[in-house]
Design a protein around this ligand. Structure first.
Ligand SMILES: NC(=O)C1=CN([C@@H]2O[C@H](COP(=O)(O)OP(=O)(O)OC[C@H]3O[C@@H](n4cnc5c(N)ncnc54)[C@H](O)[C@@H]3O)[C@@H](O)[C@H]2O)C=CC1
Ligand SMILES: C[N+](C)(C)CC(=O)CC(=O)[O-]
Length: 466
């Protein structure tokens, strides 16, 4: 699949990274002579952050190319994403050029934060709004606005690259999320204008409290809990009248004077000027990955989207002679002070491989919930080569013994076929009620002995110790 990125600034660069790291070819058109450098830096950030979300390898990266003309970039594209500056006249001009060169059937998306499809298409274009959030390579939300059929098709594609399409049923200025953000922005402008708070104090008020809540439950579910056992209706009965003044009176718009702009810029410099934009982006991304990984565990919000996307990423070649039981692109968070993958993560990969092998023989999540499982009683990890951030690892598993309650596995961790480590694991089948070992039921025992018999004909791996 191929995406054409028209305008490769903050948002176009993020789109390029999202598509590329999900295996799409990406063609960029941007007249800025610095575009290649800027996109390169965004891509470095994305490569650093995105693999950290997943416990499986993303597809191999697609091919990235830069083009001297828009027509060349859009040739053969399945998705064309416009991300030029937020000026309607410019967007009209660009969509007229896209219309002349776009292949039949390509999705035409605009990143516009505020324009409605009827405004974008006023001169005959057939675009939909596909409004992303910065950083596009990490945040799943895409607001889709426009023709229902086109939005549905776009939504299907976006899901395959790990995004969460939200269909905005009625077009309005700034869609749903930006309308909301603009209201928050308006109040922040007031607070600074009136000398109530500095930019730093406003940020503290968000990140130390309600910002944390919003990432996982949004506004309404959070307030439902605030109503206590009496729930949402009670919450509104209690706080509706009490808060009427702020939510009805705070509607005036402060004047956006050059003095206000200077005041905010000065406060922002004092708050964050000691860090470069790239440093701030890395900090933001590392925090987002940590938050989203925590959300993944409970399936909440964006974490649920990552979990769903991860489940759809195939474990390569399950039918191979030795099953592939784990695949992972080494995330930045796995590196230690020696500049390579830390020892603990070799065992983590071995543990995930054991889980995958258990699922293969029927001892999956449902089986465990029904009361039986395997416990690991011994592991031997052998470190054979250094592994660096970004490298792709694949784990294959050989059964050395699968008999009665005993399961003896040998996981080979390889990089492009070269062995970098092994994790040898001894597991015992356990009844989770009595917490005692027991033989697995026939259906699991049979699947295990079938694989064990196949693997029994293979040479015992060099380095097997148990
Ligand atoms: N920055 C943000 O946080 C977000 C921005 N957006 C939307 O994304 C769009 C782009 O915004 P940013 O990336 O922030 O702007 P930007 O200024 O960082 O990037 C715009 C890019 O478009 C290029 N460009 C200008 N004219 C062009 C043309 N005729 N053909 C191709 N490229 C051209 C520029 O050289 C520049 O690299 C806007 O519609 C904006 O509303 C959407 C979500 C968030
Ligand atoms: C400020 N903004 C209107 C460009 C913001 C967006 O459109 C979305 C975002 O990433 O916050």
């Amino acid at each position: 699949m191929k995406a054409a990125i028209i305008g490769g600034g903050v948002i176009g660069g993020g789109w390029a990274a999202r598509f590329l790291l999900n295996g799409w070819d990406v063609a960029v058109f941007d007249p800025d002579p610095e575009a290649e450098r800027k996109i390169g830096e965004v891509l470095a950030n994305a490569r650093h952050a995105l693999p950290g979300l997943y416990d499986r390898a993303l597809p191999a990266e697609g091919r990235l190319s830069y083009h001297a003309s828009l027509a060349e970039a859009v040739a053969g594209a399945d998705w064309i994403q416009e991300s030029v500056p937020e000026r309607l006249d410019l967007k009209h001009k660009v969509f007229a050029q896209i219309a002349e060169a776009a292949p039949e059937g390509a999705v035409l998306g605009s990143s516009t934060s505020g324009f409605k499809p009827s405004e974008l298409n006023a001169e005959g274009a057939q675009a939909i709004v596909a409004h992303p959030f910065n950083p596009v390579y990490l945040l799943p939300l895409i607001e889709l606005v426009g023709d229902a059929g086109a939005c549905e098709r776009a939504a299907g594609i976006l899901k395959t690259i790990g995004m969460f399409p939200l269909h905005v049923r009625k077009e309005i200025d700034a869609h749903i999320a930006d309308r909301f953000l603009e209201a928050v922005w308006r109040e922040a402008l007031w607070l600074v204008t009136d000398g109530i708070a500095t930019t730093e104090e406003i940020d503290e008020a968000i990140r130390m409290g309600f910002g944390l809540r919003w990432a996982q439950m949004g506004l309404f579910e959070t307030y439902r809990i605030a109503g206590g056992e009496a729930g949402m209706k009670y919450f509104m009965e209690q706080f509706g009248p009490a808060l009427k003044w702020p939510w009805t009176k705070l509607m005036d718009v402060p004047e956006f004077t050059s003095e206000l702009v200077d005041l905010i810029a000065t406060q922002s410099d004092a708050q964050s000027g000691h860090r470069t934009i790239r440093e701030l982006e890395r900090l933001r991304d590392d925090n987002l990955v940590g938050i989203m990984r925590a959300l993944k565990k409970t399936g909440s919000g964006a974490g649920g989207v990552v979990a769903g996307h991860e489940a759809a990423l195939p474990l390569a070649d399950a039918a191979a002679e030795l099953p592939v039981t784990a695949a992972q692109q080494v995330p930045a968070t796995w590196a230690d002070y020696n500049g390579h993958m830390n020892e603990t993560h070799y065992l983590e990969l071995g543990s995930r491989a054991s889980d995958a092998f258990m699922a293969l023989i029927g001892a999956d999540a449902e089986y465990i919930a029904a009361g039986q499982s395997y416990f690991t009683v011994e592991n031997v990890v052998k470190y054979l080569a250094e592994v660096r951030v970004g490298e792709r690892l694949e784990v294959t598993t050989q059964v050395l013994k699968g008999e009665g309650k005993k399961l003896h596995l040998f996981h080979r961790i390889a990089r492009g076929g070269e062995p970098v480590a092994s994790v040898e694991s001894l597991l015992l089948h356990v009844d989770l009620t009595t917490r005692r070992t027991c033989a697995p039921p026939p259906e699991v025992a049979e699947r295990l002995s079938e694989i064990a018999a196949r693997h029994g004909g293979m040479a015992r791996p060099e380095g097997a110790r148990l």
